[in-house]
Design a protein around this ligand. Structure first.
Ligand code: SF4
Ligand code: SF4
Length: 315
């Protein structure tokens, strides 16, 4: 099959993105993720197939609309006692037709995930390229980009044929051979580092960190010529202890990395969890305080590691 014909499932393509790498970029959000981080702000990315999302606040049932109830061939929509639509998520999880979303003109019901060929994606990128700054390009994000590694590889090969600057945002949770093969087509990598303790990492993300740390070390010690910036979401009482931060600085120095971007926790994913019929474990958690961010930044700076805070950082 030609690279241009390979298909990938994407849940968003954002033009004019200025926080996902150097310059102005187009960010491509890919479906599927083997991790299940409890604080995730993009839970709609977890599944590697399209799924329905229901935004109750947009629903006009109280104004007389009930089109979706009749459109659903599986009788998956019912009414609560107080007149709110309820989806049977077990049935919706197996759905492939999403007839309900086709009749909902208020976008209360929406399908997350759309198939694109590499050819279609490259057309979009070439269109957007006129708005990129000199150092701009494409950023592949997710979800976890390696979940659809064949599409990723095919898209990257075509990007390089089109002289497009490539950035990747990844957890690096993939076999090392695939990781290193893909990285040959990447100019700049944001790689997540969430916790140095393998058991704690598994508790909150669903996977051990061994492979992730191995991949970071392999890449950092290789002759790959791109730039690596590690990224750490700051999660209270999970990874924000001095002990964990010091262990990260030791790891970074050992492998020869000296840039990290720490991201404050925010609750922006909250409504997406409820639109997927799930309860957000972090719904009561407060955003990370500036004091905490400053403290963590100081530990990195004291270790001669450049530490950028938040998403407003120029790369
Ligand atoms: S079609 Fe949309 S707006 Fe109408 S009742 Fe269903 S979800 Fe609500
Ligand atoms: S996603 Fe499928 S099963 Fe669920 S309400 Fe819509 S049409 Fe019915």
């Amino acid at each position: 099959m030609r690279d241009l014909d390979v298909k990938g499932l994407l849940f968003d393509i954002q033009s004019f993105s200025v926080h996902d790498g150097p310059g102005c970029r187009t960010t491509v959000f890919m479906n599927g993720c083997p991790l299940k981080c409890e604080w995730c702000a993009n839970p709609e990315s977890w599944k590697g197939r399209p799924q329905i999302m229901f935004a109750k606040t947009k629903c006009k049932y109280d104004k007389g609309c009930s089109l979706c109830i009749n459109a659903c061939p599986h009788n998956a929509i019912s009414l609560s006692d107080d007149g709110v639509l309820l989806l049977n998520w077990k049935l919706c999880d197996k759905c492939t037709t999403f007839d309900c979303a086709k009749v909902c003109s208020y976008e209360a019901l929406k399908v997350c995930g759309k198939w694109y060929t590499v050819e279609e994606l490259i057309k979009i990128l070439n269109r957007d390229s006129h708005s990129w700054s000199k150092e701009g390009g494409v950023t592949f994000s997710g979800g976890e980009v390696f979940y659809q590694k064949d599409f990723l590889m095919a898209a990257l090969r075509e990007c390089k044929k089109n002289y497009i600057h490539t950035v990747i945002e990844t957890s690096a949770f993939v076999d090392t051979d695939t990781f290193m093969k893909v990285m040959q087509y990447i100019d700049f990598a944001f790689i997540d580092i969430k916790h140095m303790d393998r058991e704690k990492h598994k508790q909150k993300t669903g996977v051990y960190n061994d492979l992730i740390l191995k991949n970071i070390e392999t890449l950092a010690k290789s002759d790959w010529s791109g730039r690596i910036v590690l990224r750490m979401p700051v999660i209270k009482e999970f990874n924000d202890s001095d002990e964990n931060i010091i262990k990260i600085t030791e790891f970074m120095k050992k492998v020869g990395l000296f840039e990290i971007n720490i991201l404050p926790f925010h609750r922006m994913g909250d409504s997406k969890w409820s639109q997927l019929g799930r309860k957000y474990p972090y719904s009561k958690e407060k955003p990370t305080s500036q004091k905490k961010l400053d403290h963590i930044q100081e530990i990195f700076l004291d270790s001669q590691i450049a530490c950028y805070t938040g998403s407003e950082t120029p790369f």
